[in-house]
Unconditional design. Structure first.
Length: 99
């Protein structure tokens, strides 16, 4: 089985949090959009993209999907966050909470 990297693409806070957890993360904005795309282009990886980052990437999301497994996820308290929490609860049988 081929080993794949995991990359996170999101805003500065999201990227920093995942970087502290040991994952490769990329903070994206309109200004550095092309730089992030160049970094990820052609990689065989799992790329997790926050909703807002997916909007910044626009049509280039399709290019990433050609070589990588991509997953779009909501930011905390962002669009789709409550459905993500419900999906996790239904999958593992209990709710995850921050204290």
């Amino acid at each position: 089985m081929e080993k794949r990297e995991i990359h996170i693409v999101g805003d500065e806070l999201t990227a920093t949090g995942f970087r502290l957890a040991g994952l490769k993360s990329h903070s994206i904005s309109q200004e550095n959009r092309q730089l992030v795309l160049d970094e990820l282009k052609g990689r065989k990886a799992l790329i997790i993209v926050a909703n807002k980052a997916a909007k910044i990437l626009g049509e280039d999301m399709q290019k990433l999907k050609e070589t990588s497994l991509t997953l779009t996820v909501p930011e905390e308290q962002g669009e789709g966050y409550s459905s993500l929490r419900r999906l996790i609860k239904d999958t593992i049988g209990f709710e995850l909470k921050q204290y």
